[in-house]
Design a protein. Structure first.
Length: 256
C-alpha cells in the first residue's frame, strides 16, 4: 500500500484506476524570420484566435453547470493576453532577436510566469498558471498543434497530472474522471476552482511523491484531507468507503 499526502482542493472520495496524463508539448524550435511586420501580424492573428477560443470555453463551462463567477477564470486568461507589459516584451523580442513568434511567446511567457511564481503569493501564482495556459494556446495556434487528447482515458479514472490547466480540465469527459491529482497547483489555482465547480474530488501539491504513483493501479482519493492511497488495504478501503457513503447521503439530502 502506498499512502501520499497533498492538499485537498475539492472535497469528496473517489476510487478508480490511476491514469497519468502526459501531454505532448514540443518546445518551439528557434527559427529566424526576415519579415518582422508579417511576423507581428501573425502574432496578432494567433492572439485573436485564442481569445475567441477562450470565449467559447467560457460558454462551455457555463453549459456544464459552472457558476458565472467561477467561469471568469477564462476572462482572466484573456486579460493576460491583453497585458501591455507582456505584449510589449513579446513584440520587442521579436523585433530585436528576429526570432519567430512562437519561440518568443513561449520563452517570454515562461519568464513572466516564473517571476509571478517567485513572489510567493498564491494569487499571483494562480495568475502565472493563467499566463502559462494562455501562452501555450497562442503557441499551439502558431504551430498548428492539436489540443489535449484524452482518448485513452479509462472509465472512472483518477487523473494524475504534473499540472492541469483550466482548458484541459474542461476538455475532460466528466463521466470518465472521478478525481484529479496534481504534483503542483493549489486550492486557489483555476484548475482547482473548475474542479470544485464540477464536483470532482481534487488533491494538489503532492510534490516529489507524485512520482511514486503507479499508472493503472487502484487509487483511492480523499479530496477533503488530501489523502491519496494506492493499492489500499482492507481497513483503508472500509474507512474511505464509509466516508463515500456519508457523502452520497449528504448530497441526496440536499437535493430532497
Amino acid at each position: 500500500m502506498l499512502e501520499l499526502h497533498g492538499i485537498g482542493a475539492c472535497a469528496g472520495v473517489a476510487d478508480g484506476p490511476l491514469f497519468r496524463y502526459r501531454p505532448k508539448r514540443t518546445k518551439p524550435r528557434r527559427r529566424t524570420v526576415s519579415d518582422i511586420p508579417a511576423e507581428l501580424a501573425r502574432l496578432d492573428a494567433a492572439i485573436a484566435a485564442v481569445k475567441t477560443e477562450l470565449g467559447a470555453l467560457r460558454d462551455r463551462a457555463l453549459e456544464a453547470g459552472m457558476n458565472p463567477g467561477d467561469a471568469k477564470i477564462f476572462e482572466s486568461q484573456t486579460a493576460m493576453l491583453e497585458d501591455e507589459d507582456f505584449l510589449a516584451a513579446v513584440r520587442d523580442n521579436i523585433q530585436e532577436t528576429k526570432l519567430c513568434a512562437e519561440r518568443v511567446v513561449d520563452t517570454t511567457g515562461e519568464a513572466f510566469a516564473d517571476t509571478l511564481r517567485g513572489l510567493g503569493d498564491p494569487y499571483l501564482a494562480a495568475r502565472a498558471d493563467d499566463l502559462t495556459d494562455a501562452a501555450k494556446r497562442v503557441v499551439a495556434v502558431l504551430c498548428d498543434q492539436p489540443g489535449a487528447s484524452f482518448r485513452d482515458l479509462p472509465a472512472r479514472a483518477v487523473l494524475a497530472a504534473e499540472t492541469l490547466t483550466p482548458s484541459e480540465a474542461l476538455g475532460l469527459d466528466k463521466s470518465k474522471v472521478c478525481a484529479f491529482l496534481m504534483r503542483g497547483g493549489s486550492p486557489e489555482s483555476h484548475a482547482s476552482i473548475l474542479a470544485r465547480s464540477l464536483g470532482i474530488p481534487t488533491v494538489t501539491a503532492l510534490g516529489d511523491e507524485f512520482d511514486k504513483l503507479e499508472d493503472g493501479a487502484r487509487t483511492m482519493v480523499d479530496g477533503e484531507t488530501g489523502l491519496v492511497v494506492q493499492c489500499p488495504d482492507q481497513g483503508t478501503m472500509a474507512l474511505l468507503a464509509q466516508k463515500l457513503v456519508r457523502r452520497v447521503r449528504e448530497d441526496h439530502s440536499l437535493q430532497t
